[in-house]
Design a protein around this ligand. Structure first.
Ligand code: PMP
Length: 410
């Protein structure tokens, strides 16, 4: 049967991550693949109790359609939480939209801001889900190197200047940045760069989309002010999510933006799903009312800190003799980004698969298809022993690969 798919559907490809990780669950495998939080950190008993209660007692709300903007009880709690996390005051419910995870927020932002052929400034590497959402709008990418302290600002300015010269600046719709412990690199944009980014965006009159799922998961150092703290809602759209600080299954994302932008996002969301789930929104609202989520998440942060330390130690032990090897050592989040010189981590994948260790090749996070010598290693799910064993297997896979290719490894 030949179906007459849209041009967009014809272009859709299965996600590389999904394809590669199909076999990550084989017995005995160690996976550094998915960025999924450790389920043992989910407050399942508390949520179960509240779920029963809100279904029994608040069924008129929880089993009914909600408004597109989101549960007012949750928005009330979110305004308090946003003040605590970011010190953002002066926001009202009109500045908030609740989405089905922040992935939907990315899709909706794409829908209301991007026409085909518009430009978005993105990093190399960049969060794959954001790239996919913007690709769906047929956006073009202005790519800048994501360095050890965040995006390369000279390259951003170079792009903006060039677009201005070509009379195309109005087509540059926003700069996308994961400000804390970026997925995939684990890199945090420095305070100086946050300020300078806002100045740049003001000078060239472009928006910034700040995506911050990981900021709360800081296990070392001081929390930095968000980009929105410098740019406000005139300049910045801030995205957040409960996926990493509570649990992804609730599928609750948050957009903080100017009222006019929120209104457009609401209209776009109506055409997409009418509303987020009344049940999970109210469940989250009552959870936030009863428990201090920032306290509750502390054991999880502690666990990730330890897991990250085990991964870094294992990398030191196994890979220190490989010349020019590099890895990030993040102060939070879920990812370490390892770069091995002169290799293609996509090609190396099959050797890793044979050794039953899985990672995400850096190529997945390239805005344009090209090989990468980096890989994303997520430390949140495997146990301490699995992390050590996985890094050991990774070294063996690396040695198999360099031998097969006749490369010099050290
Ligand atoms: N943005 C970034 C940077 C992410 O890493 C993720 C999750 N992997 C998301 C957005 C989407 O998260 P969710 O839809 O679960 O809120």
């Amino acid at each position: 049967m030949e179906f007459r798919f849209s041009k967009l559907a014809q272009k859709l490809k299965s996600s590389m991550i999904r394809e590669l990780l199909k076999y990550a669950n084989v017995p005995g495998a160690v996976s550094f693949g998915g960025g999924t939080p450790d389920p043992e950190t989910f407050p399942r008993h508390q949520l179960a109790e509240i779920a029963r209660e809100v279904i029994e007692k608040e069924y008129k709300y929880t089993l009914q359609y909600a408004t597109t903007e989101g549960d007012p009880e949750l928005i009330k709690q979110l305004l308090l939480l946003l003040r605590r996390i970011y010190g953002l005051d002066g926001l009202s419910s009109e500045n908030i939209l609740i989405t089905v995870g922040s992935q939907q927020a990315l899709e909706l932002v794409g829908k209301v801001l991007l026409d085909p052929g518009d430009y978005v400034v993105v990093g190399d590497p960049e969060y794959l889900g954001a790239l996919s959402a913007f690709r769906m709008r047929e956006a073009k990418f202005l790519v800048v190197k994501f360095e050890k302290d965040g995006p390369n600002l000279d390259q951003i300015e170079y792009h903006l200047k060039r677009m201005q010269k070509e009379g195309e600046l109005s087509k540059v719709k926003f700069i996308y940045v994961v400000s804390n412990f970026q997925n995939p690199s684990g890199i945090t944009t420095s305070l100086a760069k946050r300020r300078a980014l806002v100045e740049l965006a003001e000078r060239y009159d472009v928006l910034i989309v700040e995506d911050d799922p990981y900021g709360v998961l800081r296990f070392k150092g001081e929390h930095l002010p968000s980009i929105m703290n410098f740019g406000g809602t005139d300049r910045v759209i801030l995205l957040n999510t409960f996926s990493k600080i509570l649990c992804p299954g609730l599928r609750i994302g948050i957009v903080v933006a100017d009222k006019q932008i929120i209104r457009k996002l609401v209209l776009a969301k109506q055409g997409s799903d009418l509303c987020s789930s009344s049940l999970t929104m109210r469940l989250a609202a009552r959870y936030l009312e009863r428990y201090d989520v920032l306290e509750q998440v502390k054991p999880a942060i502690d666990l990730y800190k330890k897991k990250k330390e085990v991964m870094i130690e294992a990398l030191k032990e196994e890979f220190s003799d490989v010349c020019d090897v590099d890895w990030t050592d993040p102060d939070g989040g879920l990812f370490v980004w390892t770069t091995l010189p002169d290799i293609d981590t996509m090609e190396m994948f099959k050797y890793a698969e044979q050794r039953k260790v899985f990672y995400i090749p850096g190529e997945a996070f390239k805005p344009y298809e090209e090989p990468s010598s980096s890989m994303r290693m997520s430390f949140c799910l495997p146990s301490f022993d699995q992390i050590k064993e996985g890094v050991h297997r990774l070294k063996l896979a690396y040695l198999d690969y360099v031998e097969a290719k006749g490369l010099k490894c050290r």
